[in-house]
Write a protein that binds this ligand. Structure first.
Ligand code: BGC
Length: 389
């Protein structure tokens, strides 16, 4: 294992661990410079290796998550092995095996398939390595210690709410809007192997149900089941193809007009919008492009929202999620337990995993500034360009 010298002690928890590791007294310096000054005879202090497994670099949120977790842990003196698995399950399993072999003392895992890591988790448990599920629940295993995420059901509620606002059935403040409908809507879900996809879907469907029941909203394709609407690995191309197929099978050559699309993720939204524009809708919402929702506040989609092309997205501040993962890791490696704020919602099939849930916000064109720019998530220039700097 590659060792890293600790240059500063950034938390009380770390200080305790380090004192224990070095066998030194509380007043002993752990500073690299002072070790050198004493002729290098001081014991080398290490912060411990943390393995961070992220699913893919094709979506910018996971890159941001990985960077934020890595830099935060490094600031606390930990060494970080950050890996992205290209959305390939065996690659992620190998990466985690390797982290354990390399002596990782904690694992932070955003899984691709929440059920596919059983042997890695057993190895981690056998080596007393705490496992923190990052954003996506790891399912069907005893060997997951903690879960940091957002209120995923509420994300689905927000996605459906943003669709209703885009259609004019609701106002942003939740009051009833001016529109009466009926509206034609199509539904998209995320990847079935991602536990979150089911929570987003359920939150959205529960919110749309009264409008479906009284036929204010209809789904002309008849595809209203997650088995029909899911998008494997959340892929943009897959979503674009399904939207093209829906248009051909249900809308083209009829007088049916599509008014809205529930989309669970910005990449999927961009695939949907491309299919719609290619079929002659739009180009903007003002010109008749259907209202399309999203998630993640990816910069390309934030620009589409600013340009009246995508209707809304859900902002999940990955900086806050990373901070929770870092705190939980540091708590474990200091001999403590992280604090959960939810111990009921996330049953992984074997046990309820203690969780820390964060809140999310709906982004519309008129609050891009207050939610995303003022908070420093994106700069005004990035929003203007649609590209991260
Ligand atoms: C995350 C979403 C993301 C999706 C696709 C989900 O697990 O919670 O934020 O849009 O994966 O990457």
């Amino acid at each position: 294992m590659v060792k890293k010298f600790l240059v500063g002690v950034a938390s009380a928890g770390m200080a305790l661990t380090l004192a224990a590791c070095s066998g030194g007294g509380a007043g002993e310096s752990t500073d690299e410079t002072s070790a050198a000054a004493t002729g290098g005879s001081e014991p080398v202090v290490e912060g411990g290796l943390v393995g961070v497994a992220m699913p893919t670099q094709t979506s910018e949120r996971w890159i941001a998550d990985g960077d934020a977790v890595q830099s935060g842990l490094e600031e606390l003196g930990y060494e970080v092995d950050l890996q992205f698995a290209n959305d390939d399950i065996p690659t992620q399993a190998n990466q985690i095996d390797q982290m354990i072999t390399n002596g990782a003392e904690a694992l932070i895992i955003a899984s691709i398939d929440g059920t596919a890591l059983a042997s890695q988790l057993e190895a981690a448990a056998a080596a007393d390595i705490p496992v923190i599920a990052y954003d996506r629940l790891i399912r069907d295993s005893e060997n997951v210690d903690f879960y940091v995420t957002f209120d995923n059901y509420n994300v689905g509620v927000q996605q459906a709410t943003s669709l209703l606002v885009g259609l004019g059935l609701l106002n942003q403040d939740g009051s009833e809007g001016d529109a009466a409908g009926p509206f034609n809507v199509e539904l998209f879900a995320g990847s079935l192997d991602d536990n979150n996809a089911h929570f987003f879907w359920q939150g959205a469907i529960d919110t749309l149900q009264p409008y479906l029941d009284d036929e204010t909203i209809t789904v002309p394709s008849g595809q209203t089941d997650i088995e029909q609407t899911n998008t494997l690995r959340w892929q943009q191309e897959t979503a674009q193809k399904r939207m093209e197929d829906l248009l051909t099978s249900t809308y083209t050559g009829s007088d049916l007009e599509l008014h809205g699309v529930l989309s669970p993720y910005d990449g999927i939204s961009r695939g949907i919008i491309t299919a719609l524009q290619n079929a002659g809708y739009g180009p903007s919402i003002a010109d008749g492009l259907p209202v399309v929702t999203g998630q993640d506040a990816e910069i390309a989609s934030v620009k589409l929202i600013a340009d009246d092309i995508q209707s809304a997205t859900i902002f999940k501040d990955t900086r806050k999620l990373a901070a929770q993962a870092i705190t939980a890791t540091d708590d474990y490696l200091s001999g403590g337990e992280p604090e959960a704020n939810d111990t009921e919602t996330y049953d992984n099939g074997v046990k309820v995993v203690p969780s820390y849930l964060l809140e999310s916000d709906i982004v519309y064109a008129d609050n891009i500034q207050s939610l995303l720019v003022d908070s420093g998530y994106w700069t005004a220039e990035e929003v203007e360009a649609g590209v991260a700097e």
